[in-house]
Design a protein around this ligand. Structure first.
Ligand code: C2E
Ligand code: MG
Ligand code: MG
Ligand code: MG
Length: 285
């Protein structure tokens, strides 16, 4: 019985695996035939300085709605696009949209844009990114490019050259999902990084797990010593925000502050924020 049962499980497993593989190739086909500039869009999530309560940047997050397969999360389609070589074109389309959006924001608001593995692995891709930023007329100092450690360690020497090029052009670099990789510390030292983004997995356990708090405290101290900015991701509750603030975190991002929103909502949101801070100044005066 045990054997039969075991075999049954194995069969279920492989069917599941096969379904997954099949849907991956369906997604890849849909992506190949997609009208990227129509089907790809960005939503924007504020990164807030909790000392002032104001938005210092928006992170652009990709959304793809395929007429064939419906909405597909970037966590699913980005890796598929990487493997099939479609990511370069996707980055180009999305970066164009993001730069146009950022031009409509006040100068003090930066754009944080996610790079893929392919973008940090190729000098041509990096040159394309620099050219797009130049052509947009947005000050490069208002652009932050986010890369994960996983993307950077594929070829550290190449990534280092790419990041140096971006930095030489006045663009800031953030290390995304910090703390989840293999050996983050050696890369923080070797790569020209301006910001660390502490991964959401730390935030979600911050109020319940002592070790998590200690890790965040250490990362904040590390960032301060290396004069890097530190952004905490995935804050969902006021308790998490308060605790993180007590640990010295000042730049925060998460549903507690705002969910990612469409471009026109960013303009309304920034207006409301400006009105709020004028009122606050008037209340003090
Ligand atoms: P990421 O860069 O670490 O982005 C943060 C993710 O956390 C986003 O998921 C965001 O919607 C989500 N998030 C933000 N606040 C909260 C919160 O309080 N709670 C929870 N549970 N989640 C929160 P999203 O938009 O699904 O993106 C997933 C990943 O896909 C991103 O992780 C990034 O690695 C990648 N990605 C997104 N957009 C792009 C893009 O334009 N290009 C590339 N190459 N990758 C992208
Ligand atoms: Mg990111
Ligand atoms: Mg992240
Ligand atoms: Mg993440």
């Amino acid at each position: 019985y045990a054997k039969a049962h075991h075999r049954g499980t194995a069969v279920l497993f492989s069917v599941e695996h096969e379904t997954q593989l099949r849907s991956q190739s369906v997604i890849e086909q849909a992506l190949r035939h997609a009208d990227l500039s129509q089907e790809m869009a960005l939503v924007y999530q504020p990164i807030v300085d909790v000392r002032t309560g104001r938005t210092v940047a928006f992170e652009a997050l990709a959304r793809w709605t395929s007429p064939d397969v419906g909405p597909v999360s970037p966590a699913v389609f980005v890796p598929i696009a990487e493997r099939s070589g479609l990511i370069t074109r996707i980055t180009e389309v999305l970066l164009g949209q993001a730069l146009a959006a950022a031009k409509a924001w006040p100068d003090r608001v930066a754009l944080s844009f996610n790079l893929s593995m392919a973008d940090v692995a190729s000098p041509q891709a990096a040159a394309g990114i620099v050219a797009a930023i130049r052509a947009s007329g947005l000050a490069p100092g208002r652009v932050i490019l986010e890369a994960t450690e996983t993307a950077l360690i594929q070829d550290v020497a190449q990534a280092q050259r790419v990041l140096e090029t971006l930095k030489a052009n006045g663009i800031a670099i953030a290390l995304d999902d910090f703390g989840t990789g293999y050996s983050s510390l050696s890369y923080v030292h070797r790569l020209p990084i301006d910001k660390l983004k502490i991964d959401r997995s730390f935030t979600s356990e911050i109020t319940t797990d002592r070790a998590c708090r200690d890790i965040v405290t250490s990362i904040v101290a590390l960032a301060r010593n290396l004069t890097l900015d530190c952004v905490v991701e995935g804050i969902e509750t006021p308790e998490q925000a308060r605790l993180l603030e007590s640990l010295g975190c000042v730049l925060m991002q998460g549903y507690h502050f705002h969910r990612p929103m469409g471009f026109s909502d960013t303009l309304r949101y920034l207006d409301a924020e400006a009105v709020r801070s004028i009122r606050a100044v008037q209340a003090v005066a």
